[in-house]
Design a protein around this ligand. Sequence first.
Ligand code: SAM
Length: 272
Amino acid sequence: MTESQAALPGEGLKPEKMPGHWVLAQMGKRVLRPGGIELTWQMLDALAIGNDDHVVEFAPGLGATAQRTLQRAPASYTAVERDERAAEYVRKFLTHSSQQVVHGHAEETGLPTGSATVVYGEAMLSMQPAQAKARIFGEAFRLLKPNGRYAIHELCLTPDDLDESTKDEIHRALSDAIHAGVRPLTSQQWRSELEAAGFTVTAEAHAPMHLLEPRRLVQDEGLGGALRFFWNVARNKESRKRILAMRSVFRKYGRHLAAIMLVAHKTAGADE
Ligand SMILES: C[S@@+](CC[C@H](N)C(=O)[O-])C[C@H]1O[C@@H](n2cnc3c(N)ncnc32)[C@H](O)[C@@H]1O
């Protein structure tokens, strides 16, 4: 099946009802995380995935990172994706029986305890309520062997001491624009949530939240992909409305929004 034949998530829904990331996907965007592909490369470099690694990816979306991880030929690769069409879409990148995409939830994957050496997920925690975030951290911890690495790439609020009313205002504005509850944390909060789940944070990097800025679009999608995206958006009034509304919220709160990448380790003996 070629990419153009694969059904995309959100298909059949009206653009005005679709979660923002699937509106972008329908218009041809494949990189759906806030720090773009560059922060992803930094995450993968810090994870240093090798042939011995058993990798679990939470929420691969359209598989932009999955493809790069698979190039590193880990011993096994399992993705857990809650959208069935996205899961099917990522399956087309698999080339070996040690690779699978499970249609399920990162909170409760059903995968064996201590079966992974690396777990990562991008742009999937910010959209979860606090309890679900904690359950996903707990599941990553359960899946990892001692000394295993866990990485996240998410939206973050800045500065660390941002007042609660501005946080609430941003939460409401993002959720209205994206049509999904979006509750990003500050860097300090992301770190302490990971520590509360038993992890030790070992690397941190940031990038501006430029998901819908032209320069980042070209960086993430390549010139051809970005031009295709602009062309699709120009021809599709309802999607354009949604995308401009998202971009205007990202710009309005640009001073308080960023992308964060954190790598954490499960210390040996931490779950004993
Ligand atoms: C914004 S997209 C990000 C996709 C991809 N990680 C990327 O960065 O391009 C969010 C993805 O998270 C998936 N997702 C959200 N909550 C999930 C959960 N609890 N378990 C598994 N997948 C989830 C969605 O289906 C979607 O594919």
